[in-house]
Design a protein around this ligand. Sequence first.
Ligand code: MTE
Ligand code: MO
Length: 329
Amino acid sequence: MLLRKSNNLGPSIPSSEITPKEVFEQHHQTRRRFLTGAAALGAGAIAAAHVPELLHPSQEVHAAAQLQTVPSQYTVPDAQTPFNKATNYNNFYEFGTDKSDPARHAHTLVTRPWTVKIDGLVKKPQTLDIDGIMKYRPIESRVYRHRCVEAWSMVIPWDGYPLSELIKFCDPLPSAKYVEFTTLLDRKQMPDLPGGFDWPYTEGLRMDEAMNPLALLTFGCYGQPLPNQNGAPIRVILPWKYGFKSCKSIVKISFKAKQPPTLWNEMAPNEYGFYSNVNPQVDHPRWSQAHERRIDSSFLPHTIPTLMFNGYGDQVASLYSGMDLKKNF
Ligand SMILES: Nc1nc2c(c(=O)[nH]1)N[C@H]1C(S)=C(S)[C@@H](COP(=O)(O)O)O[C@H]1N2
Ligand SMILES: [Mo]
């Protein structure tokens, strides 16, 4: 068991104050070198192909807010989705149901101060501060496939550490068999909150799924803190499951004995199963799941076959051995 004294989960300095100075300076030196070089060559010599890469708005605007990350063995050979697409085509219904709504509206979300309540079947229920949680373990940069139940997909570098690390810290009781996640619900911060949903957004996992090394407690993407529309300041990413299982902007993690009700499963149990593992052989009642539209840098539609468990079968198939995946979809 962890000694509370020896870890970093207490109150802490805001992460904005610990952004390493070198990272900020290095970026600006690189940019200065480019600009000096470009001036020396003359405007006509600036290769158009280099300009968008070096002066990409996402890199410029967020230069002062880099996350410190360590490399990871988790990656895929697929081409990454550009930052601008991953942050402008979102599902975060609390901020509106159109794909472009979250990017336009989620600026009203206040991500500091932020706490996560740990309750249910744990030795010591408590409330943790986001900056303490973030500093608890090194943040890895992992490139994962991200497959929405709506049959589109992306490839995103997420920044986080295994969810299992936080669960071990929480010290669940042996009777805890499931984990439930709850998103913030605040009508002042979410003025576009649509009616007809049983808010707050909730999701759940079986304990062994939550402990799987692929399950990522996520604080950033593309090397920077999560944009609000992607679920700032803390979410989960479960790359072998449909995207809706990956609860955004988490304020509570509860440990339960029984399978918890979840928003989508309660709303339409015949469409959104509790497991919702990516499975090309089990179609959604209203569309096929055999293929997906990969959102990448291409201008043309890019349709590819969907892989069982989103291509992560080696790591997760054993969690479901003996289960009928057509029934337990
Ligand atoms: N709180 C909350 N979490 C959510 C959603 C949501 O509407 N609200 N949408 C889910 C769905 S359907 C998907 S596909 C992913 C999208 O994550 P992204 O916008 O970062 O790609 O978030 C999931 N988590
Ligand atoms: Mo989704």
